[in-house]
Ligand binder design. Structure first.
Ligand SMILES: [Zn+2]
Length: 121
């Protein structure tokens, strides 16, 4: 039997951590100095690397948001008294899995039967 109270605390800590990380990322995302003119040489390279940078930031932001929503979901389940059971089949999630990933909402069997593209939950 997993220690749900401890897992709940870990989820809350993780939520705080991710929320502040996301806020940091979003404030760093503000386009303040994206127009650097008067530097025609190497402008294409610069633009390309800026696009890459923005893309990777968006990806990171998306990952953080996904994790955050999984955590929110797990916390909701905790409140509803269904924490620790699989969203798909209703069976208890393996305690070792919850220890490793407190926000897990699917048992290993359901998780692995999902298509690789349907990641997340
Ligand atoms: Zn399941």
């Amino acid at each position: 039997m997993a220690d749900f109270a401890a897992l709940y605390e870990r989820l809350q800590e993780e939520r705080e951590h991710l929320t502040s990380k996301l806020a940091q990322l979003k404030s760093a995302n503000r386009p303040s100095s994206d127009k650097r003119e008067g530097n025609p040489s190497g402008k294409k390279d610069e633009e390309a690397s800026q696009v890459l940078e923005i893309e990777s930031r968006i990806r990171t932001e998306k990952n953080l948001e996904d994790s955050l929503s999984e955590i929110e979901h797990a916390l909701e389940k905790y409140g509803a008294g269904t924490y620790g059971s699989c969203d798909s089949c209703g069976q208890p999630i393996e305690p070792a899995r919850l220890e490793a990933l407190p926000r897990a909402s699917l048992c290993l069997k359901c998780k692995s039967s999902q298509s690789p593209n349907a990641r997340g939950r």
